[in-house]
Design a protein around this ligand. Structure first.
Ligand code: C5P
Length: 220
């Protein structure tokens, strides 16, 4: 049976997660936060003492099928332990960006991502949802925002969680991650050929949600 899919791809802190989660809620669809899977992979690899580099790719890839990864509402559990906060640090985000550049690691996470493709539908958030994982998706949005806006948003998010940081270091981190995501050979960050580009630098969350819902309704 036909499963509707909306993909929201784009660079770090462009607002993908917020937009995708809100769309999933409004439509009553499943939600896949694929970045959380790479974050879990990075955390599990560093806890296992594996090198976060190509020298560790085979070991990291073979570790992944042994992990029990569960989503419970907006919590993410690794072998029963709640990792929702631990995966969100900047350090782990940087490690996630490094492990996600390793082709065997990406391959090891494909089946898990496909398992979210279920009725009544799916909203998938990531870097390669529309280009690689769900190429059949009926709507693909490539979401961007200016670098200062993205740094500002991530800054507010971290501060509200009590994590101290500076705007300058965040912006440098974002740019380093984007550069790695764009230039890697395995599933680089780039809009799918049939993606709609949306720059939300000056848009509220509600406006972005309404725009995308309008595009979605236009396809039904
Ligand atoms: O989206 P988020 O910042 O949580 O993702 C963490 C990292 O995982 C990103 O910097 C990116 O390198 C990687 N990623 C990816 N492909 C995806 C989702 C995330 O390579 N589909």
């Amino acid at each position: 049976k036909h499963v509707p899919v909306i993909c929201i791809d784009g660079p770090t802190a462009s607002g993908k997660g917020t937009l995708a989660a809100e769309l999933a809620m409004r439509l009553g669809y499943h939600f896949l936060d694929s970045g959380a899977l790479y974050r879990i992979a990075a955390l599990a690899a560093s806890r296992a003492g594996l090198p976060i580099a190509s020298s560790g790719e085979a070991q990291i890839a073979s570790l992944l099928p042994q992990l029990r990864i569960e989503f419970a509402g907006n919590r993410i559990l690794l072998n029963g332990e709640d990792m929702s906060e631990a995966i969100r640090t900047e350090e782990n985000g940087m490690n996630a960006s490094k492990v996600s550049a390793l082709a065997p690691v990406r391959a090891a996470l494909v089946a898990l991502q496909h398992s979210f493709h279920r009725l009544p539908g799916l909203v998938a958030d990531g870097r390669d949802m529309g280009s690689v994982i769900f190429p059949q998706a009926q709507l693909k949005v490539f979401l961007t925002a200016s670098a200062p806006q993205r740094a500002q948003r991530r800054f507010k998010q971290l501060i509200s969680k009590g994590i101290s940081t500076t705007l300058d270091s965040l912006r440098a981190d974002l740019e380093a991650r984007d550069e790695r995501d764009r230039t890697r050979s395995a599933s680089p960050l780039k809009p799918a050929q049939d993606a709609v580009l949306l720059d939300n630098s000056d848009l509220s969350v509600e406006t972005s949600v309404d725009l995308v819902l309008g595009w979605w309704q236009g396809k039904q």
